[in-house]
Design a protein around this ligand. Structure first.
Ligand code: PSV
Ligand code: MN
Length: 392
């Protein structure tokens, strides 16, 4: 037996002792799918400068080629989150959709970029000017139309709306206007689903119209079943317990999707688990627990990152790997023992159950899952670390 096979057999034995069926874990690792943001392949930076990287794809087709490389190495990254108008300029959405499909990939969601037009400086869907608000609604409808024609089934909304100074905005009026705008958009959804993302601050620094999960959920409930909350890990205040929010929303059928990244201070879109891998594990632990309890499985998992200083494809690979890894760790939690420890009010035993899973080296499981998915390349080899758009 070579070293890899020995490691795999050993882990299988270890899991058996925890009452965990390796085959079922492997199946769940293969069934999992992760969406990649097209903007993860674009140049980015800070508000001080944009750093240009060589060989950045000029259009969505080039970004889809990048996605094909991710799928080849990870098996699970096979769908693209797109942004309108950036990804759709000068292109036929249908053609973009079939370009993806020919490669075994898909365009899964569309987000309207409501944050660049100077007309939206003081608000988009919340703006006090009827014309401007209509312009924002039209932009969302156009994005939705383009996305739908490309095959997307999800309208993912994030608003830059907020104010910078006390007195500037009438909170109540903006709330009403936002509901009106969203209702108009919701009425055109057809078969699509709507995800509503919240964010604590930025670009606005005093108030944000959708600043937390409670507000996002309030709008979703007013709209209807097709609207659910999207949790972006970078969009909370310091120290907020995101896994608690996740469990709370999931339990109520309101958890629609994720934007995975990592924050240290604010929405800095660091690669997943770069600073706090335990948090990602704890989030997946709640999701897996919810799934075991029969809660809905159709959650849209996506990355939301765009590294300014790491090579693009390599850093996306790191994040896909981290997401898959922490899911695997959550799948090997000994839930019976955890339940028992909680029943005994043994804080120590309960915590140790989670730490045991987090400290399990799940690399052999990931390797087996990727092998079964026909991945032909190692996930993070020297080429991926050096990047210049990787390739073999
Ligand atoms: C801005 O914070 C942001 O990263 C949001 O998280 C959106 O998901 C994304 O941009 C695309 O609009
Ligand atoms: Mn996001």
């Amino acid at each position: 037996m070579n070293l890899h096979r020995r490691e795999e057999a050993l882990l299988e034995e270890k899991l058996q002792a925890r009452g965990i069926d390796t085959q079922s874990v492997l199946q769940q690792l293969q069934d999992f799918r992760l969406e990649i943001p097209s903007w993860g392949f674009m140049d980015t930076g800070t508000r001080f400068a944009v750093f240009q990287q060589p060989g950045i794809p000029a259009d969505l087709k080039g970004r889809i080629d990048g996605l094909a490389q991710l799928r080849e190495r990870t098996g699970i990254a096979d769908r693209m989150a797109t942004i309108h108008p950036w990804d759709y300029q000068g292109a036929h959405p249908e053609e973009l959709g079939s370009y993806a499909r020919q490669r075994g990939l898909s365009i899964a969601s569309v987000t309207p970029a409501l944050f660049q037009d100077p007309d939206f400086m003081l608000g988009s869907l919340t703006h006090s000017g009827e014309n401007i608000r209509k312009k924002a609604v039209d932009l969302v409808l156009r994005a939705m139309d383009a996305g739908r024609r490309a095959g997307a089934s999800v309208l993912s909304l994030w608003l830059p709306d907020g104010s910078d100074y006390p007195g500037q905005a009438d909170f109540r009026d903006r709330k009403k206007r936002l509901l009106d705008s969203l209702q108009e958009i919701y009425a055109s959804l057809g078969g699509m689903q709507m995800l509503i993302e919240y964010k604590l601050f930025e670009p606005a620094f005093y108030h944000t119209d959708l600043c937390d999960w409670g507000m996002a959920d309030w709008f979703c409930r007013k709209l209807g079943e097709k609207a659910r909350v999207l949790v972006d890990l970078g969009h909370h205040a310091q120290g907020v317990n995101i896994e608690h929010i996740v469990a709370f929303l999931h339990d109520d059928n309101r958890l629609g999707g994720f934007h995975f990244n990592n924050r240290k201070y604010a929405d800095d879109d660091l690669t997943v688990g770069a600073v706090n891998p335990y948090e990602v594990f704890l989030i997946f632990n709640e999701i897996v627990a919810g799934w075991r309890a029969g809660l809905r499985r159709d959650i849209f998992f996506a990355l939301d990152q765009s590294s300014g200083i790491k090579p693009k494809t390599g850093s996306l690979l790191q994040s896909v790997d981290a997401v898959h890894r922490h899911l695997a760790q959550a799948l090997v939690v000994d839930r019976e023992r955890l339940q028992k420890a909680r029943g005994q009010c043994s804080v120590m035993r309960a915590e140790e159950c989670l730490k045991e899973a987090f400290n399990t080296d799940v690399e052999p499981l990931l390797r087996m899952a990727r092998r079964a998915m026909g991945c032909s390349q190692p996930l993070l080899d020297e080429k991926a670390l050096d990047d210049p758009r990787v390739s073999r």
